[in-house]
Design a protein around this ligand. Sequence first.
Ligand SMILES: *Cc1c(COP(=O)(O)O)cnc(C)c1O
Length: 373
Amino acid sequence: MNKPIPLLSLKDQYKSLRAAMHAAAKRVLDSGVFILGPEGRAFESEFAKAQGAAHAIGMASGTDALVLALKAVGVGPGDEVVVPTFTFIATATSVSTMGAVPVFADVDPRTLTLTAEAVEKALTPKTKAIVPVHIFGHPADMDPLVALAKSRGVKIVEDCAQAHLALYKGRGAGTVGDIGAFSFYPSKNLGAAGDAGMATTADAALADVCLELRNCGRPLKGATYHHPRVGYNSRLDELQAALLRVKLKKLASWTKKRRALAALYDKKLQGLPLRLPSLGDGGTQPSFHLYVVRSDRRDALAAFLKERGIGTGVYYPIPVHQQPAYKGLANGSKFPVAEEASRTVLALPMFPELTTGEVSRVCGAIHDFFKGN
Ligand SMILES: *Cc1c(COP(=O)(O)O)cnc(C)c1O
């Protein structure tokens, strides 16, 4: 029996960075500075540069980055925020956390990202913001969304939790809308040893609001215990920042590797009754957080691959509007693309340390499945 091929493994990555990560952790422990110190500031500026953003503000998680980004652009109780129904539920719960109402919209059949046409149908006078999600690392088509948002006076918060170093027409994810929210959950393309997140923006005033919001509403300047606004505690700690700085140095080469593996999958899976993900074109380059194919026989294919020791995953099996948590909110609306995607999506193994030989084995097994059935 061949060695199993997991959907994701972080082991080899850790092995290769072990000494540098231990040194980074030791540096923080020896310093005695654990919150809002030099590591966090350095990571913010290094991440901003990597992503092509003017400002980056560390937060305690991707969810917090979304919540505080929404609050920073003015979303509050009673407002509506348009979100794709095909996403991880945190996109919608962040809106609910603000006391606002998530309004669901369908996604593009090819990229599974929010479309301007779908958003337009969901807009009402109460709409305050739109949250495109760069799902699996594929950037949403931002130009029409930005044009629509501008014409209606609503803000755009990009959910970049899966889109580190992804490019939309040559521009970094999280730099096209008003503000972007990134996650450094351990399994993300850039993952902490715990929870961490980041907001990015070109707007200096918005960046300052985020800096205050994440730190209990403390003003950036002026007396320490004067709080002009109601904030939160959502700071990115020094240990996580130091570890993330070690990994950030590798992110460009990891992303290149993911793109090469995606291209290899694409080549080897041609001609099968599968829908393959968009690889992007020209200046649009996904980050390939996940490589997701679609098949009407998804469950049988997953079971077949499991027999061969190959890990797969279903992201996401239930669109958000059908989640029990949001029962009643969708009002019986139908979102055919998202509903179909939830029945057919299957993520194949994808991580930078995956070898081309392993991709060949996965693809060989998929060919066998379709031959034998
Ligand atoms: C991971 C993720 C989040 C939440 O990030 P956390 O860091 O886990 O809070 C939000 N949206 C999407 C699309 C995600 O994948």
